[in-house]
Write a protein that binds this ligand. Structure first.
Ligand code: GLC
Length: 754
């Protein structure tokens, strides 16, 4: 039987290949042909074989896993990265199982595979989608060489609370930035030919609302009214679905009490019907079974019924589908046609990946890991993702700085500089700041004393040596931040101050009177206000990856000019989160604030102004969204509008500005285009990012940057979740951060008034 099936499947495929043949041609087999091939296979599958396709297992002991594969009870495997094992398991599927349906192998390739790029939050700080696409392409080339053809990336969860450790995996607080970076990753992973052996299926996750986990506590409940869902949470996912993301993943959280893995409205009405998604929807790890913990299912059968009804195609390591789906059909509680629908999506993915024609990984190819071009791209990404927060003129080091004290627990941390979700690094390939600085300045000019053994180290024993090194040097580089394990999944923090004795270390070296550069390497924004005040310059690197040290050394020495801009608001105190630029104005926006210590004893109740701010933290962040300095300076003109009146249904509108490099060295500026709807039927954010452009300018050079604005970009969603577009006054900014710029107004008017 199997042989016959293979002949039919292959014959169909071969018949349709143009004379020039080749994997690319197979990949371009028409969708209708894929559907015909799915029909053909489905008609021969037993219920058990169908359920097998819906079962994703973690890699395990080969014999056990191999037996299950040969019996057709596994459809995909996660976390196997040994190409020989991948091919051996694939042979079990293709040559031993009855129908020879190939497996697909998956991995969390989140920000690189062997060559690790900055964490997604750091890639977002580049504001350079083409660089992010290049990074994803490199990740796919390296991962697919081991047999991985499906990555669980990009994460599109808008994140506005840095207590949530997974902010590290996001592109930060803004939906547009998450969308642009997510689409860049999808392009890089998938290319325009998913059957290319170096392509990987992308996975838009975690669908949806996970970034709103209450209080920044991972896996926590979310409360998302329809306007917030439709205006902020869903847009990046809709863009991913319409851009052809091959797969989606459900999120762990419940939305208003409904766990995503059982959320029929989200998965069928929105994802499938409204957005036309026909790819694979996989649950997050065990998330189907966890609906029992959520308290919406009494047992695996009820959880499975909820998930199948919602259209979750694959149960990732959840053992619900494989354990109870057949029984549910036998009991008449689930129609086999529902299962057929899920299996279709899985088979379609495998056909699109070209796995039926090309199931094995070519192990004859030399490994592409750490190719020089990959390392060069990783260096550029780490450079462009580094944000210069403060600089009194100390950076870049001039000729006066000959001896450098390098201190701090992150100065030589090859594992931790790669950040969260980097399981395939080879730590010996990481270029740490210490290694790069020694290479650049010479060993004898670099005085190294870490001070602390790791970032959580509370012992101050090593600080004296760091102080000595500082005393003997012309300047101090102090590398602090977070170990990789302190951000990412299940790593929420209730306090975002530097851990261990890092602050004591900074205080001690600053007290020597030598100029100090504070370099923070972390998975999230940290509350570093006190430490910032002790330093002459501050660089922020969101775990920069394999080449983090090389990039930082190049920036510190002036070989590279930093151009990073914050993708998240940096709060002064943890208690200010959730804190983000696109906030509502409230009825009492603070014009002025009173600082806690300045309030007189027995001050009158209303003496602090009765407006919306914190007595102990004020109203401003430490640094706003979109902020970042350069070694040069830029000027961005006020926006120039193509008209002062925009018809509600009419042509798009042009907004221009001129950006000039007013400083002495070449550099890049990211011009950000914000809009505010001044009056709406719902309170609207004080500003929203509508576009951005990163421009590289020589000293004195000017460039006109032009954005378009369509009425549809001014719409929002009402309380009923339906889109509304309302006439009225709008303001626009073109600026170098969300806190700068002079707005210009225009009016959106109903056509009949024109
Ligand atoms: C994890 C994460 C998800 C990841 C999956 C597979 O729990 O939530 O992002 O892709 O399991 O590792």
């Amino acid at each position: 039987m199997k042989k016959i099936v293979k002949k039919i499947v292959t014959a169909v495929a071969v018949a349709l290949i143009p004379s020039w043949g080749g994997a690319a041609a197979i990949a371009s087999v028409a969708p209708a042909t894929i559907e015909a091939r799915i029909d053909s296979l489905l008609s021969q599958m037993t219920l058990r074989e169908k359920v097998g396709q819906l079962n994703q297992l973690n890699t395990a002991d080969f014999d056990t896993l191999g037996t299950a594969v040969a019996q057709g009870r596994v459809g995909s495997i996660i976390n196997e990265v040994n190409p020989e094992v991948v091919n051996a398991l694939q042979r079990k599927a293709v040559e031993e199982s009855r129908l020879g349906i190939p497996l697909v192998f998956a991995r969390d390739v989140i920000h690189g595979f062997n060559t690790v790029f900055p964490i997604p939050l750091g890639q977002a700080a580049t504001w350079n989608p083409s660089l992010v696409e290049e990074a994803a392409r490199i990740a796919a080339v390296e991962a697919s060489a081991t047999g991985i053809r499906w990555t669980f990336s990009p994460m599109l969860d808008v994140s506005r609370d840095a207590r949530w450790g997974r902010i590290a995996e996001s592109a930060g607080e803004d939906p547009l930035l998450n969308e642009r970076m997510g689409l860049a990753m999808i392009r890089g992973y998938q290319t325009d030919n998913l059957a290319d052996p170096t392509a990987m299926a992308a996975c838009a996750k975690h669908f949806a609302g996970y970034g709103y986990s209450e209080a920044g506590k991972d896996y926590n409940t979310t409360w998302l009214p329809l306007p917030l869902l439709e205006d902020v949470v869903l847009p990046p996912f809709e863009a991913a679905a319409k851009a052809g993301a091959a797969t989606f993943m459900t999120s762990f959280n419940d939305i208003n009490g409904v766990p995503s893995s059982g959320n029929k409205w989200l998965m069928r009405d929105v994802l499938r019907e409204r957005w036309g998604f026909d790819g694979v929807l996989i649950s997050d790890w065990n998330a189907i079974t966890e609906m029992i913990n959520h308290g919406v299912a009494a047992d695996k059968k009820e959880a499975t019924l909820l998930a199948a009804a919602a259209g979750v195609d694959i149960d990732m390591e959840g053992h619900s589908y494989p354990d109870v789906l057949e029984a549910l059909v036998a009991e008449g509680r689930l129609d086999e046609a529902v299962i057929d629908g899920l299996v279709r999506n899985v088979l379609r993915l495998k056909f699109r990946l070209g796995l039926f024609e090309n199931p094995y990984v070519d192990t004859s190819r030399p490994s592409p890991a750490f190719a020089p071009a990959h390392l060069a791209a990783a260096t550029r990404a780490a450079e462009e993702g580094t944000v210069l927060l403060k600089n009194t003129g100390l950076l870049p080091f001039g000729k006066g700085v000959k001896k450098i004290a390098v201190v701090g627990p992150m100065a030589d941390a090859p594992h931790d500089q790669c950040g969260t979700w980097a399981p395939d690094i080879r730590r010996e390939r990481s270029v740490t700041p210490l290694a790069a600085l020694r290479k650049l300045y010479g060993d004898r000019n670099v005085l190294y004393a870490p001070g602390l053994r790791y970032t959580r180290d509370r012992s101050c024993e090593g600080i004296a040596a760091a102080v000595k090194a500082a005393g003997d040097a012309d300047a101090v580089l102090c590398f602090v931040g977070e170990e990789a394990v302190m951000s990412g999944e299940a790593h929420s923090m209730a306090d975002l101050d530097l851990k261990g004795a890092q602050t004591e270390l900074i205080e001690a070296v600053a007290a020597t009177g030598k100029p100090v550069v504070l370099v923070v390497m972390a998975g999230r924004p940290l509350t570093i206000g006190r430490e910032r005040d002790m330093a002459d310059a501050v660089l922020y690197s969101f775990h920069g990856g394999t080449m983090a040290g090389e990039a930082l050394a190049r920036i510190i020495s002036g070989k590279a000019n930093p151009s990073g801009k914050l993708p998240v608001t940096m709060a002064r105190m943890t208690g200010q989160y959730p804190m983000y630029y696109a906030h509502k104005n409230t009825g009492r926006p603070p014009e002025w604030t009173v600082e806690l210590d300045s309030i007189p004893v027995e001050a009158p109740q209303t003496s602090t102004g009765c407006t919306s701010y914190y007595l102990d933290a004020g109203k401003e962040p430490l640094y706003p969204f979109g902020y970042g300095l350069s070694y040069t300076t830029f000027e961005i003109s006020e926006p120039r509008l193509s008209a002062s009146v925009m018809p509600m249904s009419g042509a798009t509108f042009t907004v221009e500005c001129t950006v000039t490099n007013t400083g002495k060295c070449a550099g890049a500026e990211t011009v950000q285009f914000y809009v505010r709807d001044v009056v709406g039927s719902l309170a609207r954010p004080v500003k929203e990012l509508k576009d951005f452009a990163k421009v590289w300018l020589e000293p004195g050079e000017s460039r006109v940057v032009s954005f378009t604005l369509a009425p549809s970009q001014l719409a929002f969603h009402g309380l009923d979740g339906k889109p509304v577009l309302e006439p009225g006054e709008f303001m626009v900014w073109t600026a170098g951060s969300s806190a700068e710029g002079t707005p210009v107004s225009f009016n959106l008017v109903e056509n009949k008034l024109l």
